[in-house]
Design a protein around this ligand. Sequence first.
Ligand SMILES: *Cc1c(COP(=O)(O)O)cnc(C)c1O
Length: 432
Amino acid sequence: MTDITFDKSRILFEKASKVIPGGVNSPVRYFQPYPFFVESANGSRLFTNDGNVLIDYCLGYGSVFLGHGNQQIGSEIKSQIDKGNLFCAPTEKETQLAEICSKIIPCAEMVRIMNTGAEATMHSIRLARAFTRKTKIIKFEGGYHGAFDYVLNKAGSGTAEQEYSDGILTESASKTITVPYNDIESLQSVIDNEQNHNDIACIIVEPVMANTGLILPEKDYLNSIRNLTKQNNIVLIFDEVVTGFRLALGGASEFLGIKPDIATFAKTLGNGYPISLIAGRREILLGLAPSGSVYQASTFAGNPISVTAALKTLEILIDEKNTIYPKVARTCDKLVEAVRNMVQDKNIDVIVNSIGSMFQLFFSDKIIRNYYSVKSSNTKLFMDMFRILLTKGVFIPPSPFETCFISTQHNEEDLEKTLDAYETALSKVKNY
Ligand SMILES: *Cc1c(COP(=O)(O)O)cnc(C)c1O
């Protein structure tokens, strides 16, 4: 197959850059020399303005679990549009969604619905501070929880090259302590440090790290965090924005059998429509206004379009969970195993991490277990591979500090084309 090119996208990007900073509305969408522009999407595929077809392993950073343009969700949305799209008064559907979530999410005694992942994690942290009457928070190096002040310290994803974003007060950043993932001694010593002792409100963690490449929790690690938080009156927040409804219907919490105090959800929840939620212990969630004094509010929260999307998404996931989760895991395993065989044949140092329907490849000869192991992998080679894959019609997220995702719509043909593309990419980068 000849390489595809993106000439129209270059022109569109130049135009965009004149009126949109950097030409994109979220920085992770940019890569050198310029991103491609998308006209439409269907199933596992993106259709670019250049007329190219790309097999999509980014999937809205994991959001589009059921594939692009799902017809069942689409037709529910169309009929909701006819009935109106924003009331700012309660609807029955919001209660239905909360009821369903409280059944399937292990920690969910109550649920508050919002719009974005960042909103959910931000208000979870505020809730935890109010509930414990403590001020500091702990997050993990390379953990991403959204683009707001409390959590941009060593935040992975698009900010992987920065300590923290400009414009954040050092007073604010100093209340956030970062520790290495998969290292319980470091966490214990931060909690025991007398400067912090009795002042840690919460620990926020992606139970499976998906924003600094893909990093799995080592045996007993999350259990140990659960025990430490219980012993020290610290609220444990699982940020399940990626893992929720994707690793299992009940997210990583169900998959790994650990119950946090609060969990946050977004991406897969709406299969690409903007919706998020906080689930958790009743006594903590009742802190939210108007039942409590922790202020959280949003005009668009619980809007009928997003809620309709989430209701239909969850209905499909509940009805078909016994086929969907094994199917995506099988597709992922097949792909990962084939790539591992490829690198063995070619004798290149590559590590592939995977779990469920998520995977990532690193150019490294050491196991990838934290932020620093990703940083010390060959990220330049990764970007070379990314660009070759793209010219072969395969789109993975444009950074080793991200994760690749499989949807229920990825089929055998996609897999074959993808493996051909990896074969070409890995053969080429081997000679660099
Ligand atoms: C994407 C992401 C967020 C932020 O969600 P937005 O909807 O982009 O605000 C938070 N946490 C994790 C783990 C994420 O991957």
